[in-house]
Design a protein around this ligand. Structure first.
Ligand code: ADP
Ligand code: MG
Length: 196
């Protein structure tokens, strides 16, 4: 369970991005966070991934307060979270398979099983045939599917997707949302934020 308790976030510039946000997300839920641009969606997501710390209040995952934990524990938290962004954030110099594999290498998954997992997740997102292509050789929708495969490779408990369809046409967006729904049915909690 993800829990926000009266979370405030004031940036150094003085902007109040979050003012007293409280909610709970149960394991296995699929949640949309909807609000206009500048309403604090990305800030909220960053409080879950520990990219930002709340100025006040607490964020906890499974009753563990991640907003006051040692920074040394952040990498361990991130292993349980798959992140997907509007601008895909792939490594241009790596192939599709290498991009996906890299996410597993960082957290030290054994090479042999990792190679199998990479094949499996590329299959799930329908990009088996593009394993050796480079990101710039793919459409936006294909790049986002690589990003989803990368987020899945560690079998995370939680997937956070910040405007995942923001750069995609409506039909491609529907495919991406269907894929996120599939992942959710597989047991991961999925949190999607969007202005749309
Ligand atoms: P959204 O994702 O809904 O568009 P954000 O969380 O990115 O909203 O931003 C919420 C508010 O916080 C905005 O006013 C934005 O300008 C401000 N903001 C976001 N990130 C920073 C930052 N690193 N430093 C200062 N202000 C920020
Ligand atoms: Mg945003």
């Amino acid at each position: 369970m993800i829990r926000f308790d009266d979370v405030h976030k004031t940036y150094k510039s003085g902007v109040d991005a979050l003012r007293g946000v409280s909610f709970e997300i149960e394991d296995g839920e699929f949640v949309f966070i909807i609000g206009r641009s500048g309403s604090g969606k990305s800030t909220l997501m960053k409080c879950i991934t520990c990219e930002e710390l709340p100025s006040e209040g607490t964020v906890s995952i499974d009753d563990f307060d991640i907003s006051h934990m040692s920074r040394a524990l952040v990498p361990i938290l991130r292993r349980q979270i798959g992140m997907i962004y509007q601008d895909f954030r792939l490594i241009e110099s790596k192939t599709v398979a290498e991009n996906v594999s890299f996410a597993g290498e960082i957290i030290g998954l054994p090479k042999k099983s990792l190679a199998q997992t990479v094949q499996l997740v590329l299959n799930v997102v329908g990009l088996k045939d593009k394993a050796d292509a480079y990101p710039q050789e793919l459409s936006g929708g294909e790049q986002q599917r690589v990003a989803i495969a990368r987020a899945m490779v560690n079998n995370p408990k939680i997937i956070v997707a910040d405007e995942p369809t923001g750069n995609l046409d409506p039909e491609t967006s529907e495919n991406i949302m269907a894929l996120l729904l599939d992942i959710n049915r597989g047991g991961s909690t999925v949190i999607v934020c969007t202005h749309d």
